[in-house]
Write a protein that binds this ligand. Structure first.
Ligand SMILES: NC(=O)c1ccc[n+]([C@@H]2O[C@H](COP(=O)([O-])OP(=O)(O)OC[C@H]3O[C@@H](n4cnc5c(N)ncnc54)[C@H](O)[C@@H]3O)[C@@H](O)[C@H]2O)c1
Ligand SMILES: *[C@@H]1O[C@H](CO)[C@@H](O)[C@H](O)[C@H]1NC(C)=O
Length: 386
């Protein structure tokens, strides 16, 4: 009798500590693997910089990709697909379906959802010029906030409740501590409508998750994406004067611009210039795939925010020096006054993404400069030159 009891408790222990976890692990693995090869991802703003690089990684991992973009910030020769997507197809040997649709156009958006069985949305579409957002705030709120609300509504109506959202470290405002963790307050120090629009959309998505437990949302807070795909076929192609440092440096290096203006040399940083967490665009793109896998795992519920950065800060002058080494030429620059709304230092604590997404950035500052330079040399005028 005693030995029987003993044995049954042994079975009990075995069941709880081995069979259940094993079953659970198998279920998790099967779900994630099944979603990986068989799911269809709708990518809004997919012909832009971050979207196009993410699509390359999605296609490499056998996802089916549907893109929608209104071409407000990406180049098309008027043919059936924007140039960036033609290049993505060239890199991967796969095809994507493209819709010239504005996310604020509810009827057109709904048609896309009716045409395809979509499993998740990666939402990149947004206007992103900080200075412009100060001048025309309503346009930014209409497009970024209003557009996202319409997208969420159309998704819900069509039973699609999985979302990966392109947020930004700008939601943290002027950092209260460094490195910035995901629990740093958001929304408080956002100084411009662009940054606020990201914060508002995050809040809207959290509310949607609270109202309906079927929703799953991952907010990816990017630090400073730079670089290009290693092929040099796709990269960042700003229209007009670049707002960001790397494309500006690259245009100076290629002779398209005279010199770089360094905004502020009296910040409380090692060399007085602003410090940022630059992350290679391919690392960022892979981070999106990891987020998708996390979201598809059965134990993921509601919403979660992750920083995507390297955890290292580099100053403007560090970047100038690294770039001029890679390009093997001097980069002409001058120090000018601070630019309004800029902060001294900003870099990520990226340990949560490492723990929960199994993701770390592996490409360093040299890779970032080399790939930017490769893209710039091959496409001195961006996508238009071909
Ligand atoms: N690049 C960065 O430094 C950075 C940093 C943090 C966050 N983000 C966010 O990541 C996302 C992608 O940024 P990116 O650098 O690739 O910008 P991008 O301008 O290259 O890409 C955005 C794409 O969205 C499209 N778009 C804009 N409004 C649209 C609308 N109403 N309907 C359909 N398409 C629309 C544009 O044509 C463009 O192709 C954005 O949401 C941006 O705010 C970017
Ligand atoms: C994608 O599909 C191909 C062909 O079926 C397969 O060989 C490859 O391993 C798949 N890749 C991934 C990352 O699942």
């Amino acid at each position: 009798m005693i030995s029987l009891l003993y044995k049954s408790s042994y079975v009990f222990v075995l069941f709880y500590y081995a069979v259940i976890p094993l079953g659970y692990l198998t279920k998790w693995w099967v779900t994630v693997e099944k979603m990986k090869g068989n799911s269809t991802i709708l990518v809004t703003g997919g012909s832009g910089y971050v979207g196009s690089h993410t699509i390359v990684e999605l296609l490499k991992n056998n996802y089916t990709v549907i893109v929608l973009d209104n071409l407000v910030n990406s180049y098309s020769d008027g043919g059936c697909k924007p140039e960036a997507l033609k290049r993505v197809e060239e890199i991967t040997g796969e095809t994507v379906t493209f819709y010239d649709v504005d996310i604020t156009d509810r009827a057109a958006l709904d048609k896309v959802f009716k045409n395809h069985k979509i499993d998740a949305v990666m939402h990149f579409a947004a206007l992103k010029a900080v200075g412009e957002s100060v001048r025309i705030p309503l346009k930014y709120y209409q497009n970024n906030v209003g557009g996202s609300a319409i997208l969420l509504e159309v998704m819900a109506c069509n039973g699609v409740k999985n979302m990966v959202f392109s947020s930004s470290a700008t939601v943290y405002g002027d950092p209260q501590f460094l490195p910035i963790t995901e629990s740093h307050p958001t929304g408080q120090g956002c100084t411009n409508p662009y940054g606020k629009s990201k914060y508002f959309v995050e809040e809207i998505m959290k509310d949607v998750c609270t109202a309906d437990p079927d929703w799953k949302v991952i907010l990816l807070r990017y630090f400073n994406p730079v670089g290009a795909h290693e092929s040099g076929l796709i990269g960042e192609d700003p229209s007009g004067i670049p707002n960001n440092l790397m494309p500006y440096i690259a245009q100076v290096a290629v002779g398209r611009r005279d010199k770089l203006q360094v905004f502020g040399s009296d910040y409380p940083t090692p060399d007085g210039t602003g410090v940022r967490d630059y992350i290679h665009i391919t690392d960022l793109a892979i981070g999106h795939l990891k987020a998708l896998e996390r979201m598809f795992s059965p134990n993921f519920k509601s919403w979660k925010a992750y920083n995507l950065g390297t955890g290292h800060g580099y100053s403007v002058l560090d970047m100038v020096k690294a770039f001029s080494e890679v390009a093997d030429r001097p980069i002409n620059y001058e120090m000018v006054g601070r630019r309004e709304g800029d902060i001294a230092s900003c870099y990520a604590d990226a340990s949560l993404a490492k723990q929960e997404l199994n993701w770390v950035a592996t490409r360093d500052i040299k890779d970032m400069c080399r790939d930017t330079w490769n893209w710039q040399k091959k496409n001195p005028k961006g996508f238009k030159s071909s």
